[in-house]
Write a protein that binds this ligand. Structure first.
Ligand code: IMP
Ligand code: MG
Length: 177
């Protein structure tokens, strides 16, 4: 696989745009949940940047859990097969669950998680929140309950999203030109 240089990247969504949108999303969640406790589930690794920024603006009492899934490997296209690497969670019965994802692409990951929570818990409420929505690539009929930006069919990196493991630390979302 060709090594990517930073110069090969073009900015799609800059740092200020990301931060402003995250504040708007947090405000909406604060309104929706008022002071009800939530359990935030961060889907590693891609969602780590989005989750850390989002929860700084949340006012309700919250607990944080991490699960690790993979679907991409080092390819540029979704495999459609979801791997649960670590999905150990506490009892979430009667909890307000907020699943935090970086991007929803084919929708297989979102569908897998939605089924997983339905079969394993009797949650009080469930929301699937994604920073990005690549709606044009959807293969299954599922949409996030809230998303930050709709994006086109480009391979994106930065702000948690990786290319062969790299570029997760960028403060912006870029694409390979
Ligand atoms: P889905 O199961 O096809 O919806 O894919 C979800 C996962 O694929 C996301 O959580 C990302 O980790 C990864 N993914 C999808 N599109 C991109 C992209 O453009 N860049 C990097 N990772 C992506
Ligand atoms: Mg992800």
């Amino acid at each position: 696989m060709k090594t990517l240089e930073k110069n090969d990247l073009k900015v799609l969504i800059n740092e200020a745009e990301i931060q402003n949108r995250i504040k708007e999303m947090a405000n909406q969640l604060n309104e929706e949940y008022k002071n009800s406790e939530v359990c935030v589930i961060c889907v590693l690794k891609g969602s780590v940047m989005f989750m850390t920024d989002l929860i700084k603006y949340l006012d309700m009492p919250l607990k944080l859990e991490f699960i690790r899934l993979s679907s991409y490997g080092s390819n540029l296209t979704s495999s459609g097969k979801v791997n649960a690497i670590d999905i150990s969670l506490p009892d979430l019965n009667d909890k307000n669950v907020l699943v935090i994802e970086d991007i929803i692409d084919t929708g297989h990951t979102a569908q897998f998680l939605t089924e997983f929570f339905k079969h394993n818990f009797n949650v009080k409420s469930y929301k699937f929140i994604s920073l990005l929505d690549k709606r044009c690539k959807r293969e299954v009929n599922i949409n996030p309950d809230m998303f930050g930006f709709e994006v086109e069919d480009k391979f994106l990196v930065g702000y948690g999203l990786d290319y062969d493991g790299y570029y997760r630390n960028l403060r912006y979302i870029g694409y390979i030109q």
